[in-house]
Design a protein around this ligand. Sequence first.
Ligand SMILES: *[C@@H]1O[C@H](CO)[C@@H](O)[C@H](O)[C@H]1NC(C)=O
Ligand SMILES: *[C@@H]1O[C@H](CO)[C@@H](O)[C@H](O)[C@H]1NC(C)=O
Length: 412
Amino acid sequence: MLLLGLLPLMLLRGCGCQAADAPLDVTAEFSVRMYHQLQILGGEENIIFSPLGVELALGMVELGARGSSLEEIRQALGYSNLRQDEEFSLMSNLTRALSVDTYVVRLVNSLFLQTGVRFNKDFLQLMKILFRAEVETVDFSESAAVSEHINSWVENHTESKIHNLVSADDFSSATKIMLVNAMYFRGSWKNQFRPENTRTFSFTKDDGSEVQTLMMYQQGEFYYGEFSDGTTEAGGVYQVLEMLYEGEDMSMMIVLPRQEVPLASLEPIIKAQLLEEWANNVKRQKVEIYLPRFKVEQKMDLKETLQQLGIKNIFTKDADLSAMTAETEDGQNLFIGKVVQKACLEVTEEGAEGAAGSGMIALTRTLVLYPQVMADHPFFFIIRNRKTGSILFMGRVMTPEVIEPFDDNFDM
Ligand SMILES: *[C@@H]1O[C@H](CO)[C@@H](O)[C@H](O)[C@H]1NC(C)=O
Ligand SMILES: *[C@@H]1O[C@H](CO)[C@@H](O)[C@H](O)[C@H]1NC(C)=O
């Protein structure tokens, strides 16, 4: 019934006759709650995950879910205020918004299903249309072969950036469905850093220890603001810097506590509403930026986290995923065994060539006239689509790319 209900909606969508107003991703609340869960588990480690990836992966499950399996997902993701099925149109729009030439997003969504289980044709069809998702059948009892196959598939779809997404012990003969979600992003800064301005610099971790890292530098016009939650919880004022990627659809927001304040004391105040507040209140102005090069990568089994956020039913024998299977298929006892996500992000100067727009370095100044964002200690970041509000990545850098100290010391 849900599947039928969807069709008219899609026909409307299909005309593509006008540039629609931005659909607004409604899942920020869920994303932030998820971050806090990961933070509890994450100790002192870097974190990176893709809220949008999780949203879409859950959307794929939701499409095949019924009853409380369906309701829990709607509730947790914040779709309760949407009309029934409206979220699929939304997700389809969010997926489409990623296909822009100025940056590279490799979003891999795939369902691998057990050979022999007959799946509903409409379900498979909608998976393709709404999520551009591939559905493939495999024999999970051949766990080594399956993991090799899935890993090769993911590599092929992420420009070889994401390896070893799954391992053989992720499966057993009881596995009937595996949901795979991987996201790789590479954008060029609108204002690129000049590689010749990158220096060795020390980065002070939250525990007070220091590591050497490659610190990029530039000054230029950026969106910037100083915020305070009005209490001393976050250690008073913290900085928010928004750096646009080429094309200006995407940006990275960096949230940096004061030097002497650990990120751990800023993290608890992060709320969905605050993300919006930051985005709406940063102002374009001249800023001086010191940002380490970093690469963060994380593989997560999201099952426990999702359960903590109220999505439980789909992982149990009570799961109702009946809309996935053909009507003739009886009592499949389908449930989700695992949800694995791997996210990967590289932040670099991005392009020595064509960096003409950024020739503003002026080390001869003696006074610091502009606000300075010195990310030489842990910070929080998000990469979001400024048009749709969807969050591609959320995470934190506790340790940047560590290098062996150079002999020469540069004074900045
Ligand atoms: C998705 O986009 C279409 C047209 O581009 C628009 O009509 C529709 O309202 C959007 N859906 C949502 C939920 O925003
Ligand atoms: C990935 O690409 C390689 C080389 O093109 C190909 O041999 C392999 O079959 C592909 N793997 C999958 C799972 O598509």
